[in-house]
Unconditional design. Structure first.
Ligand code: PLP
Length: 435
């Protein structure tokens, strides 16, 4: 076994010191090389399938620069809201390269998805008529999201609880829905399911694929609908903890291939395209939230107060999620001290880590919080009047590029534009200085 810690930051203290001359902490920084190498490995793993396509789940990292990198590597976008659709279209990911997988969908969102020519993945059988009303007629291609109910388990392990999830059609509704869609002139069908989140096992996708491929065969045989694609959605996870074994995307792709050969090919369905809608797996490990220790507090416990807080990364506060921490410049120092690493929100769950063993840390040290590249910045919010941070890109040539500026107070108050209070806060003649 390697004695080095398994999780290594992709930034160094020297680099961060250089960056902060221009962009103060906190900020999220993304590793372009890591993102590109990973997406290439994913595409290679599924290259056996002629129609394979990854639709990047935009909600994981809705930044046009990151989306464009993925687009250059052959990805489409998976959107689930009006502004995500706008963003994808503006980035240049258009038409069929957009998968619209939404639920409880407002009419305007279906309207924009249809206008952009996105492939629509319906979440409910009642949305067939809802969409027909919005569009006037249905598109030639439609997909339906499946929810088998019960528990999703592999062997003796319960992975997740679809029976308790709000998404999708029941099995009976899938058959009923496909017949209804056929009656209404739909020609190409897709099926989709998202049954377990953040799986760190090479068996999830193959097992999901087996279930969906069997369903696809039955749907095609019993309804006559032509299944054009099976969308395995998201759910491939990442090892947030240093002791977790990362997924082997080659093994996952191979597992799905075996299921495809066993189930679809004998049914004469070897032309079915396999789609994925991965978010976390695509960008998660390739982001860090970089923050500075600004206070130390010694009361009943030892606290490191940093200049980021839960608005910059919600997962620890929301799910108690583990995010690994590297004290930059102290990578090889012994983890001899136990700290709570906290932000400044007036909420006691604003803790990036609790009872975490770290090297002895001082005020002024920089900390990299790992695996913030997906569902990190994007889950941000403005509670306590806190502002969103900048996003930076560590480019392949090692230069650092600003890909989103930090919010200023003016952004926070922007929705009072036109109200008197806004002019009082940002008088016209001094508006330059107020920024
Ligand atoms: C969130 C989401 C994804 C991406 O999930 P990850 O766990 O980030 O891979 C894909 N599809 C849909 C419909 C989603 O809601």
């Amino acid at each position: 076994m390697d004695s080095m810690p398994k999780k290594k930051a992709f930034v160094t203290r020297e680099l961060v010191e250089r960056i902060t001359e221009e962009y103060p902490t906190p900020f999220h920084i993304y590793d372009e090389r890591g993102i590109r190498e990973n997406v290439r490995a994913l595409r290679e793993a599924f290259s056996w399938n002629r129609g394979y396509k990854e639709f990047f789940a935009v909600k994981a990292a809705p930044n046009p620069f990151l989306m464009r990198i993925l687009q250059e590597e052959g990805c489409g976008c998976d959107c689930s809201s009006y502004t995500e659709l706008m963003l994808s279209d503006a980035v240049g990911v258009k038409g069929e390269d957009i998968m619209f997988s939404s639920n409880d969908t407002p009419a305007e969102e279906f309207g924009l998805a249809a206008a952009l020519g996105a492939t629509i993945n319906l979440d409910d059988i009642t949305h067939i008529e809802f969409l027909e009303k919005v569009m006037g007629r249905l598109p030639k291609t439609l997909s339906c999201r499946f929810n088998p109910g019960g528990y999703f388990s592999m062997g003796t392990d319960i992975m997740d609880n679809p029976g308790d999830a709000k998404y999708g059609f029941t099995e009976a509704q899938m058959f009923q829905g496909f017949r209804l869609l056929l009656d209404k002139g739909v020609e190409n069908f897709g099926i989709h399911a998202f049954l377990a989140s953040n799986t760190v096992t090479n068996e999830y996708y193959p097992e999901l694929a087996r279930q969906l491929f069997r369903l696809a065969v039955r749907l095609q045989e019993e309804t006559g609908a032509r299944i054009a694609f099976v969308n395995l959605s998201g759910g491939i996870g990442i090892p947030y903890r240093p002791d977790q074994e990362p997924n082997d995307i080659r093994a996952i792709g191979e597992g799905v291939r075996v299921a495809f050969e066993e189930i679809l090919v004998p049914a004469g369905m070897g032309d079915v395209a396999v789609y994925t809608e991965l978010g976390r797996f695509m960008t998660g490990p390739y982001g860090h939230l970089v923050t500075k220790v600004i206070h130390q507090k010694h009361i009943h416990k030892e606290y490191l107060g940093v200049d980021a807080c839960a608005v910059n990364l919600m997962r620890p506060a929301m799910y108690g999620a583990y995010h690994h921490i590297t004290v930059l410049g102290k990578e090889d120092a012994p983890c001899s001290h136990k700290y709570d690493v906290v932000g400044s929100l007036c909420e006691n769950n604003d803790k990036f880590a609790v009872d975490r063993m770290l090297p002895e840390t001082e005020i002024g040290d920089y900390i990299a919080i790992h695996d913030t590249g997906a569902h990190g910045f994007s889950m941000g919010y403005n509670y306590n009047g806190k502002l969103r941070s900048a996003e930076l890109l560590l480019c392949e040539d090692k230069t650092v590029r600003l890909i989103r500026r930090a919010e200023t107070p003016r952004d926070y108050f922007a929705t009072f534009d036109g109200f008197e209070i806004f002019d009082r806060l940002f008088p016209k003649e001094t508006s330059e200085e107020s920024q």
